[in-house]
Design a protein around this ligand. Structure first.
Ligand code: UDP
Ligand code: MG
Length: 313
């Protein structure tokens, strides 16, 4: 592999003026002694503070700094996508702007990339400075996602990762709207490996991911990678219908044998309500299954991805 490789650092950010100077300083330090050339691609996801102005100033003195400004806030995942689309390098590192992902870890990511891995994701050994609710939700999500999705998304890995040019090109083919990038980078395949790190607390400012946004991301992740919730709905419907049938049999048996006391009208009503509830859930589940297939099709993901097209490569 060439030592003159170029690495793009993609930084999606929203109102991070307090963090950008420190991030820039630490990123520069990481690359000061390295053979690779760097490109710092800052993706401004609709910031309304002074971040953009600060970057413009910095850009005058450092040609490595590039700014991609989105027309409004499109959300973290879309900002990452835009950064990947515009990055011109042999490998791209995605990193948050708030210094929760220590820039020094990039050296470890590059080392693994040099060994031949095409996706090197950073796995959190610990998470500092986050509320217990967020930590609890995050760890539950990773475990549930692991169970449901058919792709093997590593637990406790965020978007902090290095991806090779080949992976970037593959991801460019995946244009679905509700994007869960860490799922997609796994879905495309390639040689993947993990590097462990300790997640720091936010350097400054407030989180731009309140719990509801995290829940939405979790929902996007689950629904775009698994039809299981719909299947559960159908199973529930089947169960309810079965219970109502058992109840009906019991009532008929009570009537015929004369055992137990029956209030007139109660039996038929409760069986009817239960049964209809069950039927409706089954119907909804079936509809859901169909919609989930239409949904899968409408995503138009490529059927397979070729790593090299040359036979002898
Ligand atoms: N971010 C963004 N667009 C958004 C929300 C967040 O680009 O709509 C950026 C944010 O500036 C940061 C990164 O995404 O660089 C992660 O967000 P944050 O640190 O607020 O999330 P947390 O670490 O609390 O989950
Ligand atoms: Mg953060």
């Amino acid at each position: 592999m060439n030592t003159q490789a170029k690495i793009s650092i993609v930084v999606p950010f929203l109102n991070e003026e307090e963090n950008l100077p420190e991030l820039y300083r630490r990123l520069s330090a990481v690359f000061s002694g390295r053979s690779e050339t760097a490109e710092f691609l800052f993706v401004d996801d609709g910031s309304t503070d002074g971040s953009f102005q600060w970057l413009e100033k910095t850009q005058l003195n450092d040609p490595r700094v590039r700014i991609l400004q989105l027309s409004r806030n499109f959300g973290h995942q879309i900002a990452i996508t835009a950064g990947m689309d515009y990055a011109e390098a042999d490998a791209v590192v995605i990193i948050d702007a708030d210094l929760q992902d220590p820039p020094e870890v990039i050296a470890d990511l590059i080392a693994k990339w040099r060994e031949g891995f095409e996706v090197v994701y950073a796995v959190r050994r610990s998470r500092e400075g986050e509320t217990w609710l967020k930590k609890f939700l995050a760890s539950s999500f990773y475990r549930i996602f692991h169970q449901m999705a058919k792709v093997n998304v590593p637990m406790d890995a965020g978007d902090f990762r290095l991806v090779d040019r080949k992976v970037i090109d593959a991801l460019k083919e995946v244009r679905e709207l509700h994007r869960f990038m860490r799922g997609l980078t796994c879905w495309v395949g390639f040689r993947q490996c993990a590097v462990e790190y300790d997640r720091a607390a936010r350097h400054a400012g407030e989180t731009k991911y309140p719990v509801w946004k995290s829940l939405k991301l979790a929902w996007d992740g689950i629904t775009s990678f698994s039809g299981k919730p719909l299947q559960w709905m159908m199973n529930l419907g089947l169960l309810v219908a079965l219970v109502s049938a058992l109840l009906a049999f019991r009532i008929i048996w009570m009537k015929l044998s004369g055992n137990g006391e029956l209030v007139s009208g109660w039996a038929s009503l409760s069986v009817l309500v239960l049964f209809l509830g069950g039927v409706q859930l089954i119907a909804l589940g079936l509809l859901g299954q169909c919609i989930s297939r239409i949904f899968d099709e409408s995503k138009k993901r490529p059927l397979y991805i070729v790593r090299n097209s040359g036979v002898n490569a």
